[in-house]
Design a protein around this ligand. Sequence first.
Ligand code: SIN
Length: 283
Amino acid sequence: MVEAVPVDAPIGAEIRGVDLSQDLDDASFAAVEAAFNEYSVVWFRGQTISAEQQVAFSERFGEIEVNAFNKFALPGNPKVLIVSNIKENGKDIGYADAGSHWHTDMSYTATPPRMTMLYAIEVPEENGKPLGDTLFASATAAYDTLPGDTKAKLDGLKATHRFAAKERGVKKPVELTAEQIAKNPDVIHPVARTHPITGRKALYVRAGECIGIPGMPDDEAIPLIKELSDRIIQPEFLYRHQWQVGDVLMWDNAAVQHWAPRDYEWPQRRRMHRTTVNGSVPF
Ligand code: SIN
């Protein structure tokens, strides 16, 4: 039986009673999807799945987005992105700095992803303690707890999101081609977006990725973006995931932001397989 066990945070639940290497019947999938919508970050421990099984499970949530950093696609399976610091013959085998700043995935696109999934294959550790945690912040709780007059002020405001890793404070930005940049013009999304399934509102801005608010002078817009970005990551809105090999974890990009602080270094090894599922136009 599928059981969701929430943690003591505004987001996050472990889902038990599911073996992702087997086909999930529709009722079990519906229970998993309901938990995902309710808790925004959900995970299954102790899984052993192939890339094909990860893709098949992800595709039950929607069509898979093939990532812009496709030079790190899993050989033979372009729907899976390798997120890893591992080097082979002196070269990165995966996207080493994915998630090295607070963000919500691909907000620089017109239809940002609904869901992102990571399958933990190798987790670094030191003295028996896992490293390479991922932090998640509830942008929904950050919105819910705003004073009414602030909510009213945000109503109708939109922010401009830009695809330009160098501006995001990423430690070692991935080199983007002119073609990748040209394919991703600036997009405008609501500062507070409504979840397309739950109807709950969440803050949807991030300093460094949002370059302004149309109709508002920059000297007002940039501090507002910064203030809201800082609010989202207040400790009371956070869940910190400590990885175990075999974890399959999914997050809801319409409800949370995430950050993977890098507290490990090669030759400590971290390898995740990531799938990303398309979403809809934020409103
Ligand atoms: C990501 O943001 O896609 C990766 C997060 C992580 O590696 O924990």
